[in-house]
Design a protein around this ligand. Structure first.
Ligand SMILES: Nc1ncnc2c1ncn2[C@@H]1O[C@H](COP(=O)(O)OP(=O)(O)OP(=O)(O)O)[C@@H](O)[C@H]1O
Ligand SMILES: [Mg+2]
Length: 362
């Protein structure tokens, strides 16, 4: 899939920009604060109807303005053209239109414009708690499988009910009903998580080996209590503890995914560049899964390309994504000469766009 044109109005520091993009590598260069990441975020809005940062729609409207409007023309791999328009007004809220028709539910748009982002903010996947990793995998698996999202919503609703019930001194029979409901949604989630991590694991390993030129060995492993027993048994075993603590202490809401390097935890033993390489390998593996799933190559967004990487790894990355498995790529960097030099070295074709104060310099 290719984003051919993008028009951005009143989005953060961008007042009015019209972009025409190439099918290959598009590079946005400019100083800190110029608006490079904002352009990638506009692309993210068209894909997910929200910012890639944890900010509200309100905060994405240019200061002093009433609305923002993002209008993109896509060209799908099967030659279908498509128009996506995402707009937000401070008074009227947000709408997303596909070929002129407004979505009833924004969630119906999930998966229609697949993108993969590599950004400095990814480091929270390694440094933060298990919740952050669960959120990432939940989002990825939901894109691949709508049944997963439905099971997750059911699970969370039942879990909240069970926790409420535990405070109200419920009967054993009542709890058993909730345990059964939790277990049936948990099975769907557990099986899907196991399956996706199994598919991702060799891909992450392979991409990491290519990026690092086989310098280190990494691993990714799913960890769930459900690997030891079915949830119904775990809930029964922890029932007394749950009564005392007044919350559900077992379940897939406690799952984690363990990242390691050379057999040790990546968070503690990986250097910054190794951690960054791992995150890129994970995102490229995500890219491979998404393109296999939808028969369409997602758009790859590489924000702040040189963040924590040495020249050698950046060159490897560019060689890798310049291959035919990858489609359109949007790159940002604040150092034009370094970027040009590395792209030229990798033998890549690219287009350079200069950003200054939210404007494209011609
Ligand atoms: N709602 C808003 N209205 C106006 N300006 C905004 C708004 N939100 C963010 N900005 C401005 O956008 C700029 C940040 O842009 P962006 O993050 O795209 O920079 P960048 O080019 O990626 O810089 P860096 O190289 O530091 O990553 C900042 O100057 C910020 O003040
Ligand atoms: Mg930036």
């Amino acid at each position: 899939m290719i984003l051919e044109r993008l028009s951005i109005i009143n989005f953060k520091n961008i007042e009015n920009v019209e972009l025409t993009l190439t099918a290959g590598i598009n590079c946005f260069v400019g100083d800190n604060g110029a608006g490079k990441t904002n352009i990638l975020d506009a692309v993210h809005y068209l894909s997910a109807a929200r910012s890639m940062h944890t900010i509200t729609d309100q905060q994405s409207v240019r200061h002093g303005e009433e609305y923002f409007l993002l209008d993109g023309i896509l060209h799908h791999d099967d030659n279908r053209p498509e128009q996506l328009v995402c707009s937000y007004t401070r008074r009227g809220g947000k709408t997303l239109k596909r070929n002129g028709k407004e979505y009833d539910k924004l969630s119906d748009h999930v998966g229609c414009m697949p993108i993969v982002i590599v950004s400095p903010a990814d480091s929270s996947l390694i440094s933060d708690s298990a919740e952050e990793r669960r959120r990432y995998f939940n989002r990825l698996i939901s894109t691949l499988d709508r049944g997963y999202l439905a099971a997750l919503i059911r699970y969370n609703a039942t879990l909240a009910e069970r926790n409420k019930l535990l405070k109200a001194n419920p009967s054993e029979e009542m709890l058993l009903i909730y345990d059964q409901m939790l277990s049936s949604s948990a099975d769907v989630i557990y099986n899907r998580r196991s399956d996706i991590i199994k598919q991702l694991r060799p891909l992450v390993e392979e991409y990491y080996a290519l990026l690092s030129e086989c310098r280190e060995q990494i691993d990714i492993e799913y960890r769930s209590e459900l690997q030891t027993a079915p949830l119904s048994e775990l809930l029964l075993a922890s029932r007394q503890r749950d009564f005392v603590n007044e919350f559900t202490s077992s379940g897939i809401h406690r799952d984690d995914v363990i990242f390691s390097i050379g057999g040790f935890p990546l968070r503690k033993f990986g250097s910054q560049g190794q951690q960054k390489s791992f995150l890129i390998a994970l995102k490229l593996a995500e890219y491979a899964l998404l393109s296999k799933h939808s028969d369409e190559r997602p758009i790859l967004l590489l924000d702040d390309l040189f963040d924590k990487l040495d020249m050698r790894r950046v060159a490897q990355l560019l060689r890798l994504v310049g291959g035919s498995d990858f489609g359109q790529i949007l790159i940002t960097d604040c150092n034009k000469h370094r970027l040009q030099h590395t792209l030229d070295d990798a033998g890549a074709e690219y287009r350079l766009l200069h950003i200054t104060n939210g404007n494209i310099e011609l």
